[in-house]
Design a protein around this ligand. Structure first.
Ligand SMILES: NC(=O)C1=CN([C@@H]2O[C@H](COP(=O)(O)OP(=O)(O)OC[C@H]3O[C@@H](n4cnc5c(N)ncnc54)[C@H](OP(=O)(O)O)[C@@H]3O)[C@@H](O)[C@H]2O)[C@@H](O)CC1
Ligand SMILES: [K+]
Length: 484
């Protein structure tokens, strides 16, 4: 798992480390790591042009020292000082010694010819959207030819939440120090950060335990282990699915297919789309009876395409009254938002899977702080909340959060949510902890989306078709990563 550390946690760890290291040592580690990534991106230093946008804090210091490294290797480096009286003195001296040029914000011509632009305007000390002068430079950098590289955090992005008020530096690469900050991988910030490179400056042992994480393929592989010798089709958990309707069986077919393709244990379907599901998936055990008469299951998925009429409401109440894990999706979310106590009074795990509009039905808009919003709803309902988005967020009622790393915009198409709930139900039936399981489902869904998107625009059925090879691939990567 990759821990996502807040600014407060990074500052606290820095304070400990600063007291134990010679003055300036941490900044040297940061700047050397930054220069190394820049050299890799440029391919060579000699003859290249680098422009560094330099604010009045330590973030600007990093940019100046990295600029000095690049200048010493033959790059033509220009530092544009936003606040000339406050630029990091030692960094400025180092850049000058290495032959770098220094100008003020009124002379940013270098941006139009740069091969690489370093954004050292503000890092974790930044507050709010960029001020007008900085915003103008960031916008000019965005339209220029240079590779935009953010130092620690793209200036204008809130490092904790990913919120952007107004303008931020649109990086293609972000070189971040000590720990990945949540704002680089979630919400609007994710789009401004681009590819994130983590430079180890020795903070690790001093960092508080993170409260947010990204899963890796290795972590997800642990949720996808093949059956062992002693397993039969019942022993590893059976998932029950309540989805679709006689008129619209599509959601039921997608959800059931996704569950089957994720874990080929037993999948039961109970609902009015029984004929459609039977025709598509002879492998599933299908009934048009009520969930209670469908046979034993270890987890339920309820809601995709069920509608919200009285029958649907009574089936939802029946499923939520069980002591089994339940995935509440789509139409079931609309009904649960009207009667949140149906969820609150449960003691077994519940996972809600809203997109932004469904989330708002529970009483508050998502807003710019997606992790915070998901945490608040999870705590209020005592349920895991999987908030869908380009970077899907999962929040546990205890505050632990996960941010998905595998999302792709290709997934923004009809029916992909039904596939996610089928994957999630299949994994939840094995009895693993619900928040991490939901994060694993989002990760696998994203990987299937990436695979399906490679051959052109995807439809939800493509995801189901790509799931088995994707499970195999993630399992294989996990085995490789664990050295097995
Ligand atoms: N501690 C260490 O040893 C290490 C720290 N490291 C590095 O230090 C960084 C933290 O440095 P920091 O605390 O000096 O704050 P920093 O991010 O430079 O921001 C303050 C500056 O931004 C400006 N500014 C703010 N908002 C703005 C806006 N909206 N628009 C425009 N400008 C804005 C603000 O202006 P002011 O408000 O003061 O006028 C001030 O000039 C951290 O991210 C990492 O890169 C690494 O080297 C590792 C070792
Ligand atoms: K920055």
């Amino acid at each position: 798992m990759i821990g996502l550390s807040t600014v407060a946690d990074v500052r606290a760890a820095e304070d400990v480390l600063l007291a134990r290291t010679p003055e300036g040592a941490l900044m040297q580690r940061a700047a050397t790591g930054l220069a190394t990534v820049c050299l890799r991106l440029l391919g060579r230093a000699h003859g290249t042009r680098v422009t560094a946008l330099v604010g009045g804090g330590n973030n600007g210091g990093d940019a100046l020292f990295a600029g000095a490294h690049l200048a010493a290797r033959g790059a033509r480096v220009t530092a544009v000082l936003l606040d000339p009286g406050r630029a990091h003195p030692a960094g400025l001296a180092a850049l000058r010694r290495a032959g770098g040029r220094v100008t003020g914000p009124g002379d940013p011509d270098g941006l139009d010819r740069a091969d690489l632009v370093l954004d050292g305007i503000a890092g974790i000390g930044g507050r709010g959207g960029l001020r007008p002068e900085a915003a103008r430079l960031a916008e000019r950098a965005a339209t220029g030819p240079g590779i935009p590289v953010a130092v620690d955090v793209p200036s204008g992005v809130d490092a904790d939440t990913g919120a952007v008020e107004g303008t931020a530096f649109p990086a293609v690469h972000t070189v971040t120090f000590g720990a990945v900050k949540p704002g680089l991988v979630v919400g609007e910030g994710r789009g401004y950060a681009g590819t994130v490179h983590l430079v180890d400056i020795g903070l690790g042992p001093h960092l508080a335990r993170p409260r947010a994480y990204q899963l890796t393929d290795d972590d997800v592989a642990a949720h996808l282990e093949p059956p062992g010798d002693g397993d039969d089709k019942y022993s590893r958990g059976v998932v029950g699915i309540v989805a679709g309707s006689a008129t619209y069986p599509g959601a039921a077919v997608l959800c059931t297919g996704a569950a089957l393709r994720t874990r080929a244990g037993l999948v039961r379907y109970a609902g009015t789309a029984a004929d459609g599901v039977r025709a598509s998936w002879p492998e599933a055990i299908v009934t048009d009876a009520r969930p209670g008469d469908a046979g034993r299951v270890q987890a339920w998925v309820v809601g995709p395409g069920t509608g919200t009429d009285d029958d649907a409401r009574s089936v939802l109440a029946e499923v939520l009254a069980t002591d089994l894990p339940v995935v509440v999706d789509a139409d079931a979310l609309t009904m649960a938002a009207r009667e949140p106590d149906l969820v609150r009074r449960r003691s077994a795990p519940t996972v809600l899977t809203p997109h932004d509009r469904e989330f708002a039905r529970f009483g508050a808009e998502v807003g710019a702080d997606r992790i915070g919003s998901a945490r608040r709803l999870a705590a209020d309902l005592g349920a895991v909340v999987l908030l869908k988005g380009n970077a899907t967020v999962v929040a546990d009622p205890d505050g632990t959060a996960f941010v998905n790393a595998t999302g792709t915009t290709d997934l923004a198409t009809a029916g992909t949510g039904d596939v996610l709930s089928g994957i999630l139900g299949a994994l939840l039936a094995t009895g693993t902890p619900p928040a991490e399981t939901a994060a694993a489902a989002a990760h696998l869904h994203g990987r299937a989306g990436q695979a399906a998107g490679e051959s052109g625009p995807l439809i939800a059925g493509d995801l189901v078709r790509r799931l088995s090879p994707t499970v195999g691939r993630v399992r294989g990567l996990g085995l490789r990563d664990s050295g097995a």
